[in-house]
Design a protein around this ligand. Structure first.
Ligand code: ADP
Ligand code: ADP
Length: 209
């Protein structure tokens, strides 16, 4: 498989986008671009943007389009993203999808695939409330992928049963309309995200080749 691939991962919160993105970037040698990670880093750094975004994130609301579009445009123009990237958590609205299209067109960098990870809403709350991560950003689950004993892990503030409700509502109202947008371009690959992580990776790689 060529490493010059531009891939988007789409799916509801807890679908496994971050887990799969990490595996794909290792295989393909292209950067992982996660708007959620970038916003959390801005928050940890205490920037004005990060603090404002953090308040919205904790409530399970989306950060305004112009903010995330600006962050992503800057990131995809960096040298290491010239040959490809795995976008995780962006685009999350139709205006974001259109802005990305325009930016990629300007750079003559067409998208190769939009991987849609399907997981039943019923299992997502359990996936998200059990999610933990370490300081290096490795993702664990208290039950499905327990962190090694002694490893210090944290739980995200928005990984609560309340916040997941509004995050799922946002997914269905704001994000799912991007799927027909990419279906029209013929680049959607649908993947069953209920399978084991290794099987999901296998299916994604097969769909990309
Ligand atoms: P997303 O980035 O889409 O929100 P994550 O990759 O962070 O999702 O996964 C959410 C939670 O579900 C994490 O705790 C992760 O360990 C777990 N998880 C990811 N993929 C699977 C899977 N295929 N089966 C079971 N649990 C999974
Ligand atoms: P998950 O992988 O569980 O869906 P993310 O880490 O991708 O969560 O995103 C966490 C939060 O960051 C979102 O609920 C939202 O508030 C904000 N966010 C991340 N990406 C975007 C985006 N593209 N547009 C708007 N808000 C975003």
């Amino acid at each position: 498989m060529t490493s010059s691939m531009r891939i988007i991962l789409v799916g509801p919160p807890g679908a496994g986008k971050g887990t799969q993105a990490k595996r794909l970037v290792e295989r393909l040698g292209i950067p992982h671009i996660s708007t959620g990670d970038m916003l959390r880093a801005a928050r940890a750094a205490g920037t004005e943007l990060g603090v404002r975004a953090g308040e919205l994130m904790d409530k399970g609301q989306l950060v305004p389009d112009e903010v995330v579009i600006g962050i992503v445009e800057e990131r995809i123009n960096q040298e290491d993203a010239k040959t490809g990237f795995v976008l995780d958590g962006f685009p999350r609205t139709l205006p974001q999808a259109r802005a990305l299209d325009a930016a990629l067109l300007r750079n003559s960098q067409p998208l190769d695939a939009v991987v849609q990870i399907d997981v039943d809403d019923k299992v997502l709350e359990h996936r998200v409330t059990g999610r933990r991560s370490d300081k290096d950003g490795n993702i664990y689950h208290t039950e499905f992928n327990p962190p090694p004993t002694g490893l210090e892990v944290i739980q995200r503030k928005d990984d609560t049963a309340e916040a997941i409700k509004s995050r799922l509502e946002k997914y269905w109202s704001e994000t799912s309309p991007i799927i027909p947008f990419y279906e029209k371009k013929g680049i959607i690959k649908k993947i069953d995200g209920l399978r084991q992580p290794d099987e999901v990776t296998y299916d994604i790689i097969a769909a990309l080749s």
